[in-house]
Ligand binder design. Sequence first.
Ligand SMILES: NC(=O)c1ccc[n+]([C@@H]2O[C@H](COP(=O)([O-])OP(=O)(O)OC[C@H]3O[C@@H](n4cnc5c(N)ncnc54)[C@H](OP(=O)(O)O)[C@@H]3O)[C@@H](O)[C@H]2O)c1
Length: 248
Amino acid sequence: MIDAIVILSGASRGLGAALALAACRPGTLLVTLSRGEHPLLAQHARRHGCEHRHYAVDLADPVQTETVARGLFADLPDGAGRYRLINNAGTVEPIAQAAVLDAAAVAHALHVNVAAAMLLTAAFLGAAPAAADRRVLNISSGAGQQPMAGWSVYCATKAALDMYTRTVRLEQQAGGLRIAALSPGVIDTPMQARIRATLPDAFPAVEDFKTLHRSGQLAAPADVAARILDYLERDDFGQNELDDIRQY
Ligand SMILES: NC(=O)c1ccc[n+]([C@@H]2O[C@H](COP(=O)([O-])OP(=O)(O)OC[C@H]3O[C@@H](n4cnc5c(N)ncnc54)[C@H](OP(=O)(O)O)[C@@H]3O)[C@@H](O)[C@H]2O)c1
């Protein structure tokens, strides 16, 4: 009997992989979406009595994303009391000064970081029964509120995700959906390795990120994931529309 359905984007590595592993619990149906598949997740889920379904999808392609989202929601079993959508997939690229941005890189980031969350949320709203406990968590970033040279696209997409979250929350006030955007802090993931590999011309603050790494100031993905899953189940989830896991 499935009592909770958790839909999670970007579970192949980094924070999403840690969230997926931690979400494997008896009675849970975990649905993951990303291009690649976490090599150990299926086995881990079986061992923990969790049903797991993976959908291979490029979230940079909005038509593919919408089709997969509709299909996955149409195939969900009836009767779960709790529905969770975690829009975690994201890209920090392109890391570049604004003058050299090109159409393909800009469109890719807008689709992965913003449009995919919108399309998955639309399908979620259409499919998860209103009587159930429905919660959407958008993984945002402090970069949505704090500009960083070289990250104009990333900062703008996270600011867009924040405003999208606030607007859906306004629309859904009477509908019972709870939604929040959450900054997860600075975490030791492949995205951080990608940031550290950037040249200072493109990203002047790169040395600060190398220092954070060298001095052991990056959070462990498993620790952050456990705190995020606890946060998602809080009675007051959704009261702070823009939140930061470091406050908890
Ligand atoms: N790490 C940090 O310090 C930090 C700080 C603030 C916010 N965040 C946010 O936290 C979230 C997770 O970050 P992370 O550090 O874990 O990133 P990561 O290590 O780069 O992992 C990104 C995940 O997103 C998926 N993804 C990326 N592009 C995709 C695409 N086109 N289609 C489908 N899936 C795609 C990847 O899967 P595939 O490549 O297999 O498709 C992967 O599972 C992001 O939203 C990020 O902005 C991270």
